[in-house]
Design a protein. Structure first.
Length: 239
């Protein structure tokens, strides 16, 4: 079982239980990233592709691979980077930096029964679009497809009942993107959903809350985190 640590947001001081992602090594052994419970999480202000990966050694075969740096989206809109042991440390070496806390509690049940979500690892901007599309299909939207190039409308992903904008940049999504997406959804009479890798500017977050536009933050494993009430409501709504 992957270790769990307590992560405190440095902005709003909210605490989260975070379980280490587990990845499959080429030898078949599971690799849980070695979280450092004794080191505080940091806010992601600027993101670079090179700095978004961590080298970890497989404790079974000794192979060193790069995996996405663990990140967590806080409800206040802050993206948190969870510290891990660096430079090829194994899970056993990482655990020595501090004892893990109690296992994370089970996720709260929703009225919607869904199979486990299978994320798409993000290494390119197109991967981010595919990850968002995969998530929308998992939510129950049908006919979801990805645009090869972002059109002038800003709609990267489109389905029969949904449109989505996916911002893979290393800067927070702005209010203009939020408003443009909302207008696209309004014009097409469909749900509009926004995904971002680097979170959202405060004014964009506030505008989305006013418009009741669901906001999600994608980590590099391709797993979205709902960061506003509209997004939580979308998760609870059967389709």
């Amino acid at each position: 079982m992957a270790e769990s640590v307590l992560v405190r947001c440095p902005v709003c001081r909210r605490e989260h239980h975070y379980a280490a992602p587990v990845y499959p090594c080429g030898c078949g052994a599971p690799i849980a990233l070695p979280l450092l419970a004794s080191t505080a999480a940091t806010q992601v202000r600027h993101r670079t592709w090179a700095g978004s990966w961590i080298s970890v050694r497989c404790p079974a075969c000794g192979r060193v691979d790069e995996w996405p740096q663990p990140e967590l989206g806080c409800g206040c809109g802050t993206t948190l980077r969870v510290p891990v042991a660096r430079e090829g440390a194994t899970a056993h070496e990482g655990a020595a930096a501090g004892p893990p806390l109690a296992a994370a509690p089970a996720a709260p049940r929703t009225p919607v029964a869904r199979p486990p979500f299978r994320p798409v690892t993000i290494r390119t901007a197109h991967d981010a679009k595919n990850a968002a599309a995969q998530y929308l299909r998992w939510l129950g939207f049908e006919g979801v497809r990805v645009a090869e190039r972002t059109p002038a409308s800003g709609v990267d992903v489109r389905g029969a009942r949904v449109v989505a904008h996916v911002d893979p940049s290393t800067t927070p999504t702005g209010v203009r993107e939020v408003e443009t997406l909302w207008l696209n959804g309004l014009n097409d009479s469909v749900e509009a959903v926004c995904f971002a890798l680097a979170g959202y500017a405060p004014e964009a977050r506030a505008r989305a809350d006013t418009l009741e536009l669901p906001l999600f933050v994608l980590d590099l494993t391709g797993t979205p985190s709902a960061i506003n009430e509209a997004a939580q409501r979308l998760l609870r709504t059967p389709r």
